[in-house]
Design a protein around this ligand. Structure first.
Ligand SMILES: Nc1ncnc2c1ncn2[C@@H]1O[C@H](COP(=O)(O)OP(=O)(O)OP(=O)(O)O)[C@@H](O)[C@H]1O
Ligand SMILES: [Mg+2]
Length: 313
């Protein structure tokens, strides 16, 4: 089954460009390729969702982009500049990388100083974000006494202290309740739009990617297998798909008839899946189908999740 995956992320937008990125690790005396020739952009002012199954190489990619591990080869630049690390902020997978013996405010002071901010600016910025996340009343409590989700929020606030140009978030909503997750999504959208932040996030919650991302990149076994603007996927999602089961295989003429209504694919159970073109009238389609040896017709909606399942097998 094929869908259009030729759309490239626009190269005209400025941001972080990643070219021909490769990474191999040594395992049992052999080099194993973990990332294979990745090419993509993290455009400024937009959210890019980096999706893929466990072990695909998402965290490894982020660690390379953060300078924490060396790539085997590749070219990474922010607006043409190789020295971009000072413009980045990050929260890595599950690490909630804050000092547990320190309060949120003390963490802001510490991480702000590391980022070159003075004490006042560090605390002001940190508290501004803490307030946005409705966690202001916990500002002076040792972070080890906070819940997992609250610690995650403090870590995100620390990553935001210096308003980074590129923010990396590895599973930012993992373990958060619905309200906190929705809050983060809203704030990320706002930061990307108002502060022109380029946000690169991984998530296994496809709905989040569908809600807030401007671009999606699917990674599978170290290779990018699909990338597109989310709006174009949403376009597809608005198309109606029908799963058709016929009593016998269709003749070429019958196939031609059905193809005239949209994009046709055959699924693993030998059922025909048609994605109707926008201009097609459902009545006309139904009339045509009724003239064929149809035994069942089922409507399907195509969203990012079904697209994901289709690509990641
Ligand atoms: N230091 C290392 N040495 C050897 N192999 C490694 C190393 N770090 C990661 N890998 C391997 O690289 C692959 C990609 O791992 P990575 O953590 O990047 O996946 P991921 O896409 O983030 O997965 P998840 O969704 O589970 O977080 C895995 O097969 C992992 O075992
Ligand atoms: Mg990971």
């Amino acid at each position: 089954m094929t869908l259009d995956n030729t759309a490239e992320l626009s190269n005209e937008e400025s941001g972080l460009s990643v070219k021909n990125l490769n990474k191999s690790f040594k395992a049992k005396k052999q080099q194993k390729a973990i990332l294979k020739d990745l090419n993509f952009m993290i455009p400024e002012g937009q959210i890019t969702a980096f999706l893929g199954p466990n072990g695909a190489g998402k965290t490894t990619t982020i660690k390379i982009l953060l300078g924490l591990i060396k790539p085997s080869s590749g070219d990474i630049r922010y607006k043409g500049n190789e020295k971009y690390l000072k413009y980045t902020g990050a929260v890595l997978e599950g690490s909630r990388n804050i000092y547990w013996r320190l309060s949120a405010v003390e963490n802001f002071e510490y991480f702000g100083a590391l980022k070159g901010l003075n004490r006042k600016k560090s605390i002001d910025n940190g508290l501004y974000f803490l307030k946005l996340f409705d966690l202001y009343d916990k500002k002076d409590i040792d972070t080890r006494s906070l819940s997992r989700g609250q610690q995650q929020i403090v870590a995100i606030c620390c990553a935001l202290l210096n308003y980074p140009k590129i923010l990396f978030l590895d599973e930012p909503t993992l373990g958060l309740d619905l309200k906190a997750s929705e809050k983060i999504q809203l704030i990320l959208k706002e930061l990307s739009q108002k502060n022109k932040m380029g946000i690169f996030l991984t998530t296994h919650e496809i709905k989040i990617a569908q809600n807030i991302s401007d671009h999606v990149i699917f990674l599978d076994k170290g290779s990018i297998i699909y990338k597109n603007k989310t709006s174009q996927i949403k376009d597809k999602a608005e198309r109606t798909e029908y799963l058709l089961d016929f009593k016998r295989p269709l003749s070429n003429t019958e196939l031609k008839t059905i193809r005239s209504f949209g994009q046709l694919a055959v699924d693993e159970n030998k059922k025909y899946l048609i994605s109707l073109d926008h201009q097609v009238s459902f009545q006309t389609f139904l009339m045509a189908v009724s003239r064929l040896p149809v035994c069942a017709m089922q409507q399907k909606s195509l969203d990012l999740e079904s697209l994901f399942k289709r690509y990641i097998k």
